[in-house]
Design a protein around this ligand. Sequence first.
Ligand code: T1G
Ligand code: NAD
Length: 653
Amino acid sequence: MVVRVETKDDLAVVTIDNPPVNAASQAVRAGLLAAIAETEANTTAKAVILCAEGRTFTAGADVREFDKQPMPPHLPDVIQAIEDTTKPWIAALHGSVLGGGLEIALGCSHRVALRSTRFGLPEVTLGLIPGAGGTVRLPRLIDPLEALNMVTSGKPISAATALNLGLIDDIADGDVMACAIALARKTANARTRTALRHRDAKPVEDPAAWEAAKTRIISKARGALAPVAAARAVQTALDLPADQAQIQEREAFLTLKSDPQSAALRYIFFAERSASKLPELKGVEPHQLTSIGVIGGGTMGAGIAAACLLAGLPVTLAERDEAARSAGQLRITAILENSRKRGLIDQGKLDALTAALSTTTTFEALTETDLIIEAVFEDMDVKTQVLQELDKHIRRDAILASNTSYLDINAMAARTKHPERVIGLHFFSPAHIMKLVEVIIPDEAAPSVVAAGFALARKLGKIAVPASVCDGFIGNRIMSAYRRECEYMVEDGALPWDVDRAMRDFGFPMGVFEMQDLAGLDIRWAKRKSQAATRDPAQRYVHIADKLCEARRFGRKTGQGWYDYAGGKTTPSQWVENLVLAESARKKIARTPISDAEIVQRILSTMQAEAQALLTEGIARRPEGIDVVMVNGYGFPRWCGGPMFLKNHPSVD
Ligand code: T1G
Ligand code: NAD
């Protein structure tokens, strides 16, 4: 029974039980209709409490149903039936009350929640808008600007914020059912509240702020349809009576649901959850993870340490000397302090996390640590020396993980005493914010060690994608390939700012040349110089980036790179244009214009070719994993699904 009805004295309790997230499937919707009829007929029940089993109240519609023929009863009808009951319905909420789950709760007359509950309308993240009255009822309950932000951002709010906004009536610190029962007794016998759909929308307090918010939403959308449709739906909810507005909401929802963008977003939603599921790890017990060591407190080490602390894991940071130890500690505490300033943690939590961090300049302190991540310089000798030193101190069942971006972890593991306990955990900068981790599986790694890598990623709330060892793993290898193609195009006829414009218009947050200026051109220049002797002379090589570096044009940090950065402005550089034209002439290339469409097509084709090679070589397991990497680590527009999704669904872009 996915919905059951019980009687508790003079109350009825309706419980949804549809693991894992109590999604509002067809069976749940039918069960709720039956529960409405049963509780209405129950003459002893003076009020109804609606709750759910498991880790969360209904977290939304069952997204897996969206690719099938819609089956009645439809959620808007179920919610309206709840609203039309003669008895008060009190929603007792916990977990993540999202999408259709929040819409169901809005159909109830009252709402109480556990303090840890989150509320949201994340439909836009799936290329949709709420389709069961969320855009109509919410601005009739809370401030319309707050409603607009919730609907268009898809971001959840806390129970405390929900209470402040008037979205819920009360918060329970322990037993949400007791809280609901108390409220039910107060409201029993009659529905004292007007159903939301019979209320007028709340007034817009500040019209200028309202218009500014809508303008910002549209400009931020870049190419995504859903946020714009969501803003339009909330505006309609203010302009029209609820029933008319809800008809338009449903039409917009159904239109978006059949749009390729939503198909892409639903694809990536499930791909992010399936990418880390490896058949060979089924039933494998991961090593315990109760304490983490981080070697190197630089950019990455500090971010990784902070991510582990924020996930509740104590961390020991080891640096090479006192000055670096102190600097690393400061970086970590600065990250934690910023989390406090952003309201992610309170002062008490900050103090506890700071106490969970210990720092040292030796490895003796790591003798009881479960997993140690090295984030030292990107140099094979330095990393090998660190791992070999760690071998002398750590437990036999401790795990060694490298955060290297490119280096051969098979070779690294081979130089340690126990290669089977070595893996790669390729975090992305900033490591405490970026969700993606590439879990690199060397040839000798033991399954329980690999399982621990995925378990740590899950513990940190990261999205983990498996990769085997190669130069650049999945993301960096694909990026190197399309960056090379972009430099070919600059030599062939485009200018760097043409390429960047085309990429931005396609939906990337920035172009590949802007990105290089941001990261610094010198890092890859050093790598190119180290590989010069072994470079394949037959492969086309573009010297333009080298010449920029020879001129000390390293990007933003030197005020000049592919662009000029004088006065805080990003300006196409005449110096670079002259260099590009001179290089094309030197190589006797007859430059021809390249359209934005062709620029994008050449980038996509290069990505897809490199991705296919990764699959053929067995470096990447499935196309879905490659798309998850490119969307979550390299700015590939999420509403296009990823290069491999686009390859099979060309209509999206
Ligand atoms: N439908 C179907 N399956 C879902 C699902 C959903 N809405 N949400 C999660 N799952 C599956 C997921 O694929 C995974 O499956 C398992 O549940 C655990 O998920 C009408 C139209 C709730 C915060 O967008 O944000 O309502 O891999 O690994 O980390 O207007 O799941 O185990 O086989 O993510 O604890 C709106 C989406 C839908 C919420 C829990 N709702 N879900 O996170 O577990 S559209 C959403 C989440 C809608 C209405 C509109 C998260 C979570 P498997 P998980 P988690
Ligand atoms: P960084 O230079 O900021 O930090 C490296 C740290 O390692 C320094 O603090 C240094 O003192 C410390 N260190 C060096 N030798 C040591 C030793 N023997 N013992 C202890 N500490 C030592 O470098 P970073 O950007 O943090 O990169 C670290 C690693 O992470 C590299 O392998 C890099 O390729 C990888 N990575 C970097 C990024 C990025 O965007 N920066 C992204 C992913 C992975």
